[in-house]
Design a protein around this ligand. Structure first.
Ligand code: ADP
Length: 380
C-alpha cells in the first residue's frame, strides 16, 4: 500500500526508481509496479543545453560589444577630429579650419560649420587689427623721422634756427596729435559706446552744421532743402562727419567756389540702399562741391584708411577723414555715397536710416533755404 522513490546507480547510470504496490480487481493478489527513469541521460541533456546557451550568450555579448565599439568609434570620430583641429588652432595661426564631414551627424556638421564661421570672424578681426597697427606704425614713422632729423641738424647756438625748428616741430607734433586722435576715433568705431544716440531735430541739426561750416573757408556756402522731422542719431558724430566732408570740399575747391549742403528725406538708389539698414525712409545729408572731382578708379579707395589720390598730395591730410565719415555712417546703419566727375566736382551723401514709421510732419513741404546766410547760427 506504499509508493517508494529511490535514486540508484545501475551500470554507471543514475536511475530514479518509483515502486508502487498495485492490485488489479478482482484478483486479490498484490503486485509491485516498478518504473525507472535514466536520470543521467536527462541531466546530460540539460547540462548540454545550458552549456550551449551560455556559449551562445557569451558569443552574442562579445559580438554586440564589438559592434558597439566600432559604431561608437565611428560616431565619436568627428568629435575627435573636432577636438584635434581645435587644439591645433591658436591666435598665431587662425587660418586652420575644422574639416566638415557631410556624412556625419547633422548636429556635428552644424557645430563644425558654426565653429568655422566663428573662426572666419575672428581671423577677419585679427587681420584688420594687424593691418591697422601696420598702418599706424607706418604713418607715425614719417613725422617721427622729421622730428628726429630736425633735432639732429639743429644748431643750438643759432637763435633763428632754434625758432624755425621749434615752429616746424610744433607743426609736426600738431599733425601727429590730429593723426592719433583720428586713429582713436577709428579704433573706437566698432565699439558699442561709439555712438550716443538721441532724438535729433533735423532742422536744428542743419542750422548747427551750417554755422560750423562757414569758418572752414572763403567759399559760397549754400544750404538747400532742410527736411523737417526728427531722427535718432548721435548729433555730435553726425556734425563731425558733415564738417569733415565740408573740410574736404574746401581743400579741393578754390576761393569763391560753391559748396552746397542739403538735408532731405529721400529714397536711395537700390545699390546704395543695399548697404543700409532697411527702413521706410532715409535722411540724406549731402555735401556738393564744384572742385577737382575724383577719378572713377579712386572712388572706392579713398574711403579706406590712408587712401588718398595723387591730386591730394599737394594738400595737407592724412587720408583718415573719409574712413571716419564711413565709420560714423556705418555705426548709424547707413552708408556714404559718392558721385563725382573729374573736373566737375563731387557730391558726398550720408544716408541715414530714418524713422520706420513716418510721422505726419515729414510729409510737409521741404523748407527751401537758398542762402546759408539766412540760417541763424546756434549759440553755444
Ligand atoms: P585727407 O583729406 O586727409 O587726405 P580723406 O579721407 O578725407 O583724407 O580723403 C581721402 C582722399 O579723398 C583725399 O586725399 C582726396 O584725394 C579725396 N577727396 C576727398 N574729398 C574730396 C573732394 N571733395 N574732392 C576731391 N577729392 C576728394
Amino acid at each position: 500500500g506504499q509508493t517508494i522513490t529511490r535514486d540508484i546507480w545501475l551500470d554507471d547510470k543514475l536511475v530514479r526508481v518509483a515502486m508502487v504496490s498495485v492490485r488489479v480487481d478482482p484478483d486479490p493478489r498484490h503486485g509491485v509496479l516498478v518504473v525507472g527513469i535514466d536520470l543521467s541521460t536527462q541531466r546530460g541533456e540539460v547540462t548540454n543545453s545550458a552549456r550551449t546557451y551560455v556559449l551562445v550568450g557569451l558569443g552574442t555579448l562579445l559580438l554586440s560589444g564589438l559592434a558597439g565599439w566600432v559604431l561608437a568609434g565611428q560616431l565619436m570620430r568627428p568629435i575627435g577630429d573636432l577636438r584635434e583641429a581645435t587644439g591645433r588652432i591658436s591666435a598665431e595661426d587662425l587660418t586652420r579650419r575644422v574639416p566638415v564631414n557631410a556624412d556625419a551627424d547633422p548636429d556635428l556638421v552644424e557645430l563644425a560649420l558654426s565653429f568655422n564661421a566663428t573662426l572666419d570672424r575672428l581671423e577677419e578681426g585679427f587681420v584688420a587689427q594687424r593691418r591697422f597697427l601696420d598702418d599706424v606704425a607706418h604713418e607715425l614713422r614719417t613725422p617721427l623721422t622729421i622730428i628726429q632729423g630736425n633735432l639732429e641738424l639743429l644748431d643750438e647756438n643759432d637763435p633763428e634756427d632754434v625758432t624755425q625748428t621749434r615752429e616746424l616741430l610744433m607743426d609736426e607734433l600738431e599733425r601727429m596729435q590730429r593723426l592719433v586722435e583720428d586713429l582713436l576715433t577709428l579704433a573706437r568705431a566698432g565699439r558699442p559706446d561709439f555712438l550716443h544716440l538721441q532724438s535729433v531735430s533735423v532742422p536744428d541739426f542743419a542750422t548747427e552744421v551750417m554755422s560750423r561750416l562757414r569758418p572752414l573757408g572763403d567759399r559760397r556756402w549754400g544750404c538747400v532743402s532742410v527736411a523737417p522731422g526728427r531722427i535718432t542719431a548721435d548729433r555730435q558724430r553726425l556734425i563731425q562727419a558733415v564738417v569733415q566732408l565740408a573740410a574736404n570740399a574746401v581743400k579741393f575747391t578754390d576761393a569763391g567756389d560753391e559748396i552746397t549742403v542739403s538735408v532731405r528725406w529721400d529714397e536711395p538708389a537700390p545699390p546704395v540702399r543695399a548697404r543700409c539698414m532697411h527702413t521706410d525712409r532715409y535722411l540724406a545729408v549731402a555735401v556738393q562741391d564744384t572742385g577737382v572731382g575724383i577719378a572713377p578708379e579712386d572712388q572706392e579707395r579713398i574711403f579706406e584708411r590712408f587712401g588718398r589720390t595723387d591730386s591730394a598730395r599737394r594738400v595737407d591730410g592724412s587720408g583718415l577723414g573719409l574712413a571716419i565719415v564711413s565709420a560714423i555712417a556705418d555705426a548709424h546703419g547707413g552708408t556714404v555715397q559718392l558721385e563725382s566727375e573729374p573736373g566737375e566736382g563731387s557730391t558726398f551723401t550720408l544716408w541715414l536710416p530714418g524713422p520706420a514709421e513716418v510721422g505726419a510732419d515729414l510729409d510737409d513741404d521741404l523748407t527751401e533755404i537758398p542762402d546759408a546766410d539766412k540760417v541763424q547760427p546756434v549759440q553755444g
